[in-house]
Design a protein around this ligand. Structure first.
Ligand SMILES: [Zn+2]
Length: 305
């Protein structure tokens, strides 16, 4: 299990030091001593047999409610157990690569074409977490992203709700109230993607990136790991271009960065355009989450950490 030892702030932005530095790479993080990760996770050496969800079939709703409905969570926030915020340290990719992830949240505020074009120009693969309401109001843009092999599409929920089994909220947004609602929040977008595009999302990011540790187990049992982040790239698309640039430069090998592509009026793209050439010049390589994280295993199997 991963444990955070510290969270720093820089200009109001959350900064988490990434897992490991490449040999010889200086850590320019101002929070080097206060926010190092403890050693994250090792992947199980023996791959578990495929879970029922490996075929793309979701487990029945009632089965999930029976299994998890009586469990009480002991954690609420950004980094619950059974979620990933960095690469597993067991992978060689953690030495030289990082993941960029971009969310499209539930509102229909738009499509940041400039940001997506910057990724395409630099041939940067990324995982895009898309909410169902955004996808249905931006169908044409969604289809162009699905068709682009640079991008992997993750599940950003049906209604963009924080993932709680007890009705917790985050930033004033009410979370799901119980296991049944957690199931629906994941299954709605999963089923929409599978039905319309034959896609089986492997990763889930809850609205507001808040979850409890029972909800993350539900997500896992449904075949989707919950994925959080180690670097907050744009503070919910509210950061100015210089803050975005500075935040992106905090990304280290093994890290997972979160930013947004549904706010074309924000300064995210301007910051990303400046940061990408610097990160590339440092030798950082970029991967999609599906290249880095293991497949979910059946909940009967021991967890991979
Ligand atoms: Zn979101």
């Amino acid at each position: 299990m991963m444990t955070l030892t510290g969270v720093g702030t820089l200009g109001g932005l959350t900064v988490l030091a990434a897992a490991k530095l490449a040999p010889g790479q200086a850590d320019r993080s101002p929070h080097r001593n206060g926010s190092a990760w403890t050693e994250p996770v090792e992947i199980s050496a023996t791959p578990a047999p495929p879970s029922a969800t490996a075929t793309g079939m979701l487990p029945p709703r009632q089965e999930i409610i029976s299994r998890y409905g009586a469990q009480t969570p002991h954690y609420w926030g950004l980094h619950p157990e059974s979620s990933w915020s960095t690469f597993p340290t067991g992978t060689s990719l953690a030495r030289d690569s990082a993941c960029l992830t971009f969310d499209a949240c539930s509102d229909s505020s738009g499509y940041d074409e400039r940001l997506i074009n910057a990724l395409r120009e630099h041939h940067i693969p990324a995982t895009l977490f898309v909410n169902q309401r955004w996808a249905t109001t931006h169908r044409q843009e969604f289809e162009s992203l699905v068709a682009d092999p640079l991008f992997e599409i993750g599940n950003h929920g049906s209604n963009h709700r924080p993932l709680s089994v007890s009705g917790r909220s985050a930033y004033g947004i009410a979370g799901t109230k119980n296991v049944a609602e957690v199931y629906d929040e994941i299954a709605g977008m999963h089923t929409w993607m599978a039905t319309n595009y034959n896609l089986q999302p492997k990763f889930f990011r809850p609205g507001t990136a808040h979850a409890d540790n029972v909800a993350t187990q539900v997500s896992r049992a449904m075949g989707e790991w919950t994925v959080m982040f180690s670097v907050n790239g744009d503070s919910g698309a509210t950061a100015d271009a210089d803050q975005v640039y500075q935040q992106f430069l905090q990304l280290r090998p093994g890290g997972i960065l979160l930013a947004h592509f549904n706010r074309p009026g924000s300064e995210t793209a301007a910051g990303v355009e400046r940061a990408l050439p610097v990160l590339i010049a440092r030798g950082l390589r970029f991967r999609r989450l599906d290249e880095v994280l293991p497949a979910t295993t059946s909940p009967e199997q021991p967890p991979p950490w």
